[in-house]
Design a protein around this ligand. Structure first.
Ligand code: PEP
Ligand code: MG
Length: 579
């Protein structure tokens, strides 16, 4: 047996917990191709290889078509039909054949022709048609994959014992991770509040991001330990390390079980100050987990996740079905549905959206900006939300409001949708609360004005920190600067809470800061009314709240606001009395 010696690699703690398992290596999507000269007498064979690869790809596409047809219906299956049409396109075939006749190897010939077509698509003005280049690229990759005799391993091949290791995972990938119930993941890039990390926290899947080169350091089936608490992974663990981590895993499992007993107890301090504990979700299937966790509402439903891993827009009916399912199940508790927040690190390949081209997508056409630019998408969703509001208590929330004008424009569209529904005799909750996320510094500074025009606000610290401190939330190189305890952030939070209370409205927090038990006492001391957190974190937050005195944390919070640096702040936090 080879000598085992731990190789410890440090990254960013993306989701807490410990996972031990076998590496499932997700390869990079890009296929590296080289140009080879094919002698004249071998060119016929080269064309035969092309024919075989095309036939194989056709057969695979037909299977995909039937699968989609069975699960999602005819309309969605058309995606596979489009790919089949591209595959059979005589012009593409003629151009590839010509290159082979000139002595170019078939893989490179396909790559060249597809690349030429893609480039010509990039000049098309119309967003929808321009984005069809992705279909062409996809077909090209499939044929080349078959020529090279290997298909890219996808997350669909992972299983419950896997630790997924990848260069990067998109939020869309994590939806598959969720279905596959993998044990943990480790990525080269990413930070704590990337949406991939957030999904992992919601699922209680330990994860470490920002490991730089992990995906090229491991091989499939290597044993790996993911320590999401410390933000490190251990490759090649020695038997002693494995025993140590298995013990730690068991201890944490036992603590979790113990904490679950708090489920039905109120989130109340020892001197009887009560707060609300809500949950964040991104998928209707999470409702049962939310109810099991003891949450008394959903404080953030990230509806944009519905747009991932697909090529067509969700219909109004689909919006309605998803929202009514959640709302009905949560009733009588409220569900805060946030209108889509696409953009930033939540890009979608949907034809209409050209966000992939933005140099700074987090500062670009994201969230409410996108909805106001493409009102049809917005209206479609608003109709679904309003219709579902007849089935339970929905509160509507706009993301990324940065000016009062945006709020007015969004409300104007909402009003028009309500009028339309009335004319159509469709029932909805006419008193539905409308709120705004406060996650952009400009909104935090005019909170007094915003608070007068909404029924509630929710602080999105993930973005508020990124935009205030000028720190990209998904960039591991600046992860150490991403600090919820920066005095500016704490003063913003206090200001938002005080001004909202003056206007008579409640304040929630749905950013990840609310999910971390370390910050809970300060947030409570500032007067936060509602913590909306990943379901898996609820017991930990509740335990902290139930162990402290409101009076004590109010005093501590006051002291903290006088500090100008992080070190003095953490020193004061350490004086909080925990019972
Ligand atoms: C936030 O910014 O804190 C937030 C909750 O929204 P998201 O993480 O989806 O951007
Ligand atoms: Mg946000």
């Amino acid at each position: 047996m080879p000598n085992k010696k731990d190789i410890v690699i440090k990254g960013v703690a993306a989701s807490p917990g410990i996972a031990i398992g076998k590496v499932f290596l997700l390869e990079n999507d890009d296929i590296c191709l080289i140009h080879k000269e094919i002698p004249e007498n071998a060119r016929k064979d080269e064309k035969k290889r092309l024919n075989d690869a095309i036939e194989k790809t056709k057969a695979e596409l037909k299977i995909t078509h039937d699968k989609i047809n069975n699960v999602l219906g005819k309309n969605y299956a058309q995606i596979a039909d489009v790919h089949l049409l591209i595959l059979e396109d005589p012009t593409i075939r003629k151009d590839v054949d010509k290159l082979i006749d000139d002595g170019v190897n078939v893989e490179y010939a396909i790559f060249k022709i597809i690349d030429k077509i893609v480039r010509s698509f990039e000049t098309i003005e119309d967003d929808y048609f321009r984005e069809r280049k992705l279909d062409i690229q996809d077909v090209g990759k499939k044929i080349i994959g078959n020529l090279l005799g290997k298909q890219r391993k996808t997350l669909a091949n992972s299983n419950e014992d896997s630790i997924v290791v990848a260069h990067n995972l998109t939020p869309g990938d994590t939806v598959t991770i969720k279905e596959k119930l993998v044990k943990g993941f480790a990525t080269d890039i990413g930070g704590k509040t990337s949406h991939t990390a957030i999904v992992a926290q919601g699922l209680a899947i330990p994860a470490v991001a920002g490991l730089k080169v992990i995906s090229s350091q491991v091989e499939a089936d290597d044993i790996i330990i993911v320590d999401g608490n410390k933000g490190e992974v251990i490759l090649n663990p020695s038997p002693e390390t494995l025993v140590k981590y298995k013990k730690e895993y068991n201890v944490q499992f036992a603590i979790r079980k113990k904490l679950e007993k708090l489920k039905d107890l109120p989130a109340e301090t020892i001197d009887n100050h009560k707060v609300l504990i809500f949950a964040n979700i991104d998928n209707p299937d999470e409702v049962q987990t939310v109810l099991d966790s003891g949450a008394t509402g959903i404080g953030l439903y990230r509806t944009e996740f519905m747009y991932f891993n697909r090529n067509t827009m969700p219909s109004e009916e689909e919006h309605f079905e998803k929202y009514s399912k959640v709302t009905e199940a949560m009733s009588p508790y409220p569900t805060i549905i946030r209108t889509i927040d696409l953009g930033g690190d939540k890009l979608t390949k949907m034809g209409l959206l050209n966000m992939e081209r933005e140099a700074n997508p987090f500062l670009g056409l994201r969230a409410i900006r996108l909805c106001l630019k493409y009102p049809d998408i917005f209206i479609n969703q608003l109709r679904g939300i309003l219709k579902a509001s007849a089935y339970g208590k929905i509160r509507l929330m706009y993301p990324m409001i940065s000016t009062l004008t945006e709020l007015h424009e969004a409300n104007k569209i909402l009003e028009k949708v309500k009028q339309d529904l009335k004319k159509e005799n469709i029932k909805f909750d006419e008193e539905m609360d409308v709120g705004s996320m406060i996650e952009v510094p400009s909104a935090a500074m005019i909170i007094d004005a915003i608070a007068k025009e909404v029924d509630f606000v929710s602080i999105g610290t993930n973005d508020l920190i990124q935009y205030t401190l000028a720190v990209d939330r998904v960039n591991e190189n600046v992860a150490s600067l991403y600090d919820p305890l920066h005095p500016t952030i704490l003063r913003f939070i206090k200001h938002i809470i005080d001004e909202s209370h003056k206007a008579g409205i409640g304040v929630g927090m749905c950013g990840e800061m609310a999910s971390d038990p370390y910050y809970a006492p300060i947030l409570l001391g500032f007067g936060l009314d509602e913590f909306s957190v990943a379901s898996a974190q609820i017991p930990k937050i509740k335990r902290v709240i139930r162990s402290i005195s409101f009076k004590n944390v109010q005093e501590v919070a006051e002291e903290i606001l006088k500090c100008g640096d992080r070190d003095s702040i953490s020193k004061i936090i350490s004086t909080i009395q925990i019972q």
